[in-house]
Design a protein around this ligand. Structure first.
Ligand SMILES: O=C(O)CCC(=O)C(=O)O
Ligand SMILES: [Fe+2]
Length: 347
């Protein structure tokens, strides 16, 4: 039998627009992923005022904020950043162009379609060979380093899309650098220790997620449970529609919406560098029966080829070294047979 191109499946949006009956390949038949728990309790994720981390006008305010940061990242693996320096109006513009892109006619969006399974960039959906599919379409764009940008996948419609993504990338990179320093300081480490491991030409990928309304939110997941392979992920959530859930102590919690906050999460590579003190959380996205939902994840990663490993000062008799040294983690390690990628680098 001729092989079907893995990229030829319909997007979720097309299924919805064509009124197709809910396909089985999106259905989780068991409840192991807790598909139906839209009423899970709220996660008490700390809210960090980044202005207290920038101006050292009051060192006690800074100390308190760093304590909150450390405790948030070592328990939930998440925090909400407010006063992060990006204007609300600019965040609204980012959300606006993302929404405009996903609302273009399919033929227009297909101009930016992902072309091969070997590369991530472009507009697309889950391929038809994976087991149960995610109720999600996305636009993946490598944004950094500049040489990695494949502009042919960057929408020119809406017209301001590229300009806004260039600027958003720069702003997020500044926040990333600053946060990596603060995270090191919160552990009483030299502030550049994570940054040095990440190198100069750090990588960043933007993933615009679009979750159309779903007729079976009790059966489908927008994104199946996973931990991010990044160093940090900086998320701009939908300002109205909830859906993200995070796992803590084997229980799922809903992530509340703070409209102009950035949700920052630990990825596997910071878990490795912090020798397991900061936790890369399992998370998943639910679907909604009536409303579409959008989010934008900016995944940060070290320079290509750069080796990372647990920081020496965080290894001692009480806390032995937990992870091997790795390079290009996000390209090398995948979920395999239900095993988390980070398990493959545990000692
Ligand atoms: O849509 C969300 O809230 C989560 C997105 C996410 O986890 C991802 O893109 O890896
Ligand atoms: Fe994620």
């Amino acid at each position: 039998m001729a092989e079907v191109s893995p990229l030829s499946g319909k997007t979720v949006q097309e299924l919805v627009e064509n009124g197709i009956q809910f396909p089985n390949r999106y259905s989780w038949d068991d409840t192991k992923y807790g598909v139906t728990d839209a009423s899970a309790p709220f996660a008490e994720i700390p809210v960090i005022d980044m202005s207290n981390l920038i101006n050292s006008s009051s060192s006690s305010a800074m100390g308190e904020e760093l304590d909150k940061l450390r405790s948030g990242l070592s328990s939930w693996g998440y925090f909400q950043a407010i006063n992060h320096g990006i204007e609300n109006s600019f965040l609204d513009e980012v959300r606006e162009v993302a929404g405009q892109f996903f609302h273009l006619p399919m033929i227009e969006k297909q101009k930016y379609a992902r072309e091969s399974i070997d590369q991530l960039d472009g507009y697309g959906t889950d391929n038809i060979f994976s087991q149960t599919l995610d109720w999600n379409d996305r636009l993946f764009l490598s944004v950094s380093p500049e040489n990695d940008r494949r502009l042919k996948y960057w929408p020119e419609n809406p017209q301001s899309f590229r300009r806004i993504l260039f600027e958003y990338t720069e702003r997020i990179q500044q926040i990333e650098k600053h946060l990596l320093k603060c995270m090191a300081r919160s552990l009483n480490l030299e502030e550049d220790c994570f940054l040095k491991q990440c190198g100069q030409l750090t990588q960043m990928v933007a993933r615009f997620n679009y979750y159309p309304p779903c007729p079976r939110p009790d059966r489908a997941l927008g994104l199946k449970p996973h931990a991010d392979a990044s160093t940090l992920t900086i998320l701009l959530l939908d300002e109205e529609v909830e859906g993200l859930q995070v796992m803590k102590d084997d229980q799922w919690f809903r992530v509340p919406i703070l409209p102009h906050a950035l949700l920052v999460s630990v990825g596997d590579q910071i878990e490795i560098m912090s020798n397991g003190i900061f936790k890369s959380p399992m998370h998943k996205a639910l679907t909604n029966p009536e409303k579409e939902r959008k989010s934008l994840a900016m995944f940060c990663a070290p320079e290509r080829g750069k080796e990372i490993e647990p920081v020496g000062e965080l290894i001692n008799d009480k806390r032995p070294r937990l992870y091997k040294a790795v390079r290009d983690y996000q390209e090398t390690y995948y979920y395999q047979k239900g095993k988390k990628p980070i398990d493959a680098v545990k000692i």
